[in-house]
Design a protein around this ligand. Sequence first.
Ligand code: FES
Length: 382
Amino acid sequence: MSSGNEPERQPTEEEIAAMSRDELVRLGGKLDGVEIVNYPEPWPVKGTRAEKRIERRIALWFTIAALAGLAFVGVLIWWPWRYAPPSNEDAYFWYALYTPMLGITLGIAVLALSFGVLVYSKRFIPAELAVQDRDDNKGEGSAEVDKQTILAQLADAGERSTIARRSMIKRSAGLGAGVLGLGAVALPLAGFIKDPWDNPQSPDSLIHTGWMQQFPGEVVYLRRNTGDPEEISLVRPADLDAGAMETVFPFRESERGDSHALSQALRRADNPVMLIRLRSEDAQRVVKRKGQEDFNYGTYYAYSKICTHVGCPASLYEQRTNRLLCPCHQSQFDMLTYAKPIFGPATRALPQLPITVHTDGYLIARHDFVEPVGPGYWSRRS
Ligand code: FES
């Protein structure tokens, strides 16, 4: 307790009960060997204009926190959050702002709340200067007198901070913290409000890609990216050597000459597909996925290039081992066993695109993937 040479006499319980809070504060300091060198009142003259100004400034920070917190909840619920393809420029613009707006509003709310607390502690909490000897409690619990004096010191600090009489600050701080708390509650609940599956037929749904036919019978070709979106280079089976791999994208005749749609088809995140031509000796050993036995065309297999771990482009194809490596976290996929992961953090096989050859001799997609490409999400069905 005291570190002085003279052992301090411990007051009795009756003496403690009879002490005022000020006396308990002083006693607590004395027993702990604390010497208060300076304990100035931050605002010795109450109610000055300067004090009011600071008070309003703090309330302003808390109000900003509340407004930003409300904006966060509003963005979370009402902002256009559904995926919009880049081809729909207006919708894509607003959709692309969804995540940044969540970050910006939440960031402002937290920052404003922190500034309010900082300014309050700097301008209203007394800057006490005290010196205390190092204490060695030797693991013994606190005596009753310590508990009481600590409580008194805390209450004293609270009173000296003048929070009790600053109703503007209390109300604005409560509002700011309350709205932020509301945001914290709304965040996990948001997933129950929004159902990404409510329109699975939409081409923009998470379960569809640019390979989806936009009308029955539409032919969707496999095209390579030559660097010029307007140059249409379709793929014939004979274009690939055995053991070769090429990245392909969807092309539909309705987009020919439409430079915007053509470049969007090359940019859409879930479009890239790896077209692999297996060597015939390797093709003999292929294990096909149940229900997808006819997704390949001879020795040609097409798989989504988007890693099922967290969505990096997995494109390091090793011809000798027929393995595909994702460079992000080293997941490896066995291309002879329906692109099943055999190493690393990915847990799902790469989705396979069903392909065939059209009457004009070019490779086409028979239909879209039968499962979502890329990483999993919480309401994914497979
Ligand atoms: S994204 Fe491919 S292993 Fe992580």
